[in-house]
Design a protein around this ligand. Structure first.
Ligand code: C2O
Length: 499
């Protein structure tokens, strides 16, 4: 089927934590923004009309592979130009072949924390778990700022902030509010789909009196795994079963707690927890959380096994080694680097360079140093070896793929990935996802197959670090990208008419 959404992007006023009204980016006059729902195999069309007036925009559909449709991926300066304010919509149009829990967000000038981010659910009539639950609940967790991103970013990227301290959120939200009630009926089983749509903070999440059975992370079905607490970094998703009690005698707190290890300072009065409730007893009280967990012991996602039992890909044909470094440049501001390069958006979207460079599209120099381009050949096994020279956590995301997480060190393990680690250390069936946390001063090896021609960003999903340059561009099978994209444009008429 074809599923169409018409999105008119405008400013609205919101106050989700009850502390401050603020201009927020909404859709069709609403905030929170709608959840996109499709079935696996559907064509999704999203007509985006920018009515903001003062900012351009774009949408990225996080976690979807965009096979054969890299020009629909959404990051501005990478696969498209900005969508400007006008009375003509920009149309995203692609098929969705993966099941599971995703989200969509703006992918330009650090904009999504101002409100333009929401869940995207791909229902799967063939899900191996479909008989295990009665109902489905979509939930988001997020951090929240009272100030708008342009001002926060200006201060963050200035010489007044030489250490690169990220702005600390003002509060945490569950379902974009601080008093969500999730009605449960006795004895029923629920599939919760939880998405961290935040800008910065990871969140510890637990349900008092209830265990979770994890069934999916980032769109990858897993062997069922029991967890008392999970951790979701910015941009990660998890779906899990919760079985309701057999009686309605009381309500139970749902707690999401921001990972304060990420914060350079803890401002006075900051409440880093947000509570919601599993709501059984409509006349009963809403209890405060009994335990505030410290130390936190979330389920270790390295212990997950993909449902399809996909084994580790063979030895890499290509290895991309990236050191994560934070350092100051001559303007006194703090930037993030992969090796010695901090990403700077090109004036011409990188995809357009692929399409116009002819046979030179395989030569990285045509893309400019500051897009940090890596050319991948088709159908190779690629390793990304990350060494974190920074004492912070970084949730890394690759567009157009998920990856096998074949190695991840604990914090402070040093920067030896690729030298001290050998194939004997790798699991035979590694877990797979599209966003994974690199530990502070630790190391990690991600492996994937370059089977999806396109222009794909690899970046830290902390929106502050996107802006300070922790991004690289993977230009995968550029000659195949030329063929597939020019064919598509032909079908849509544009190139055909010019010819
Ligand atoms: Cu959630 Cu570059 O993306």
């Amino acid at each position: 089927a074809t599923v169409t959404y018409d999105f008119n992007i405008t400013w609205v006023t919101a106050n989700p934590d009850g502390m401050a009204d603020r201009p927020t980016i909404g859709i069709n006059g609403q905030w929170p923004v709608p959840t996109i729902r499709v079935n696996k195999g559907d064509r999704l069309i999203v007509n985006v009309l920018n009515s903001l007036g003062n900012q351009s925009t774009s949408l990225h559909f996080h976690g979807l592979f965009m096979s054969g449709a890299t020009h629909m991926d959404g990051p501005v300066s990478v696969t498209q130009c900005p969508i400007v304010t006008s009375d003509l919509p920009f149309t995203y149009n692609f098929t969705v072949d993966q099941p599971g829990t995703y989200w969509y967000h703006s992918h330009i000038h650090g904009q999504y924390p101002d409100g333009l981010r929401g869940p995207l659910i791909v229902h799967d009539p063939e899900s191996p778990f479909k008989d295990m639950y009665d109902e489905e609940v979509v939930m988001t967790v997020s951090d929240w700022y009272h100030d708008q991103m342009p001002g926060l970013l200006g201060r963050f990227m200035s010489k007044a902030n030489p250490t690169g301290a990220e702005p600390v959120p003002n509060s945490a939200l569950l379902n974009d509010t601080q008093n969500v009630l999730v009605p449960l009926q006795p004895g029923k089983t629920y599939l919760f789909r939880m998405v961290n749509i935040g800008a910065f903070s990871g969140q510890y999440i637990w349900f008092e009196g209830h265990n979770m059975t994890i069934l999916e992370v980032d769109g990858v079905y897993t062997q069922p795994a029991e967890a008392a607490m999970i951790y979701l970094a910015a941009a990660q998703r998890c779906s899990f079963l919760i079985t309701a009690k057999n009686n309605t005698s009381r309500n139970f707190p749902i707690v999401a707690s921001m990972d304060t290890d990420l914060f350079d300072t803890l401002p006075d009065g900051l409440n880093w927890n947000v509570t919601g409730w599993l709501f059984y007893d409509t006349a009963g009280p809403l209890p405060q959380p009994a335990v505030v967990c410290d130390p936190f012991e979330p389920f270790d996602d390295m212990g997950l096994v993909p449902w399809d039992n996909q084994t580790i890909l063979g030895e890499p044909d290509q290895t991309i080694a990236l050191d994560v470094i934070m350092d100051n440049l001559s303007d006194g501001a703090n930037y993030a680097f992969f090796n010695n390069i901090t990403y700077v958006a090109p004036k011409i979207p990188t995809l357009y360079t692929v399409l116009t460079a002819g046979e030179h599209a395989t030569n990285p120099t045509v893309y400019g140093t500051y897009t940090h381009p890596f050319i991948l050949e088709k159908d190779q096994v690629v390793d990304i070896v990350l060494n974190n020279l920074d004492p912070g956590k970084h949730p890394f995301h690759l567009h157009g793929h998920n990856f096998q997480v074949i190695w991840r060190s604990p914090a402070k393990a040093g920067t030896s990935a690729g030298s001290n680690v050998t194939a004997a250390d790798f699991p035979s069936i590694p877990m797979r996802r599209d966003t994974v946390v690199l530990n502070p001063n630790g190391n990690m090896v991600l492996r994937f197959k370059s089977d999806n021609p396109g222009v794909w960003l690899f970046h830290c999903h902390i929106e502050w670090h996107v802006q300070s340059g922790l991004m690289a561009t993977f230009i995968e099978a550029p000659l195949a990208v030329q063929d597939q994209t020019l064919d598509t444009l032909d079908t849509h008429g544009a190139a055909g008419e010019v010819a």
